[in-house]
Design a protein around this ligand. Structure first.
Ligand code: SAM
Length: 286
């Protein structure tokens, strides 16, 4: 099988299977031959690992994963692709394709059934239109996975990797840091894809923590507070929290003070520990 990074090969496959790339499914395929090996290097997997890939497309990253991992399960939503993948991945007996929407799939069950005795990593060039829901599902479902190595838009990668308390931080940065240790790996230029997207991409790796970064008594309430704080970007945390959680502003201001925080603080200045202290202080105010 000729290399899948070769445009002539991609065009020939598209013609053979009467397949046109779908913008709606976020299909931008990797055509730079250096990128897939670099992503797999960055993921740190080897033969002893099981890998879940989200969105194999025509299989360019899947092939590199199959060469280097013990087993790969690739989840693809586009029903036109499994026949293409049957051809492009024919040489591998350690790859399984699931025709499913990753957002509705029971990943706990998948891991139990497919990887009963292997460490598991997620590795993917994500469909950019659902980056956040996919990342949140992977983290919030508390899956027995060790790491998530994903290519996303550079701007999204910056937010995933931002430390709470710094300028780029947002609600998703707090969620990532709560469950994982993020690391920005490298950027990838638009010309490395077919078709070329408008923006630069980047690969980040999230190493799942054995236990969350901070202890909170009520995780749901904690994330409701974090989301509310970032709900209105240009407002102070107090204003956003009051309107987001439907609390009197005075109660939020008093809680901020009790937690030892500046009542005019902006949400991006708050660390995970600050949010935990604020949650505890709000608890006593209600
Ligand atoms: N892995 C290929 C590559 O790197 O060239 C394709 C990556 S492309 C950016 C994203 C892939 O995700 C597409 O194949 C698309 O059909 C698939 N996809 C989109 N939404 C999905 C979903 N909800 N569940 C599973 N796969 C999805």
């Amino acid at each position: 099988m000729p290399e899948l990074t070769d445009l002539a090969t991609i065009r020939a496959l598209c013609e053979k299977y009467d397949f046109a790339l779908s913008k709606g499914f976020g299909q931008n395929f990797i055509i730079n031959p250096g990128v897939c090996p670099k992503i797999v290097d960055g993921s740190g997997i080897d033969r002893s690992w099981g890998v879940i890939e989200i969105g194999p497309g025509i299989g360019v990253l899947t092939k590199e994963l199959a060469r280097r991992a013990g087993k790969v399960v690739a989840i693809e939503v586009d029903k036109r692709l499994p026949p293409v993948l049957a051809e492009t991945l024919a040489e591998f007996d350690n790859v399984k394709i699931l025709l499913q929407d990753v957002l509705t799939l029971d990943l706990h069950q998948l891991i139990r059934e497919e990887f009963p005795d292997m460490p598991v990593a997620v590795c993917a060039n994500l469909p950019y239109y659902i980056t956040s829901p996919i990342i949140m599902k992977l983290l919030e479902d508390r899956l027995p996975i060790r790491s998530v190595t994903v290519m996303v838009q550079k701007e999204a990668a910056d937010r995933l990797a931002a430390a709470p308390g710094t300028r780029e931080s947002g609600a998703i940065s707090c969620a990532v840091q709560y469950f994982a240790e993020p690391k920005m790996l490298f950027t990838v230029q638009p010309g490395s894809f077919y078709p070329a997207p408008k923006v630069t991409s980047a690969v980040v790796r999230l190493d799942i923590r054995p236990a969350p970064a901070v202890q909170v008594p009520d995780e749901k309430g904690y994330f409701a507070l974090v989301r509310a704080a970032f709900g209105q970007r240009r407002k102070t945390a107090a204003n956003s929290i009051a309107s987001g959680l439907g609390l009197p502003k005075e109660a939020v201001l008093a809680a901020l003070e009790r937690a030892g925080l500046d009542p005019r603080v902006r949400p991006e200045k708050l660390t995970l520990a600050d949010f935990a202290a604020l949650q505890a202080a709000l608890g006593t105010a209600r």
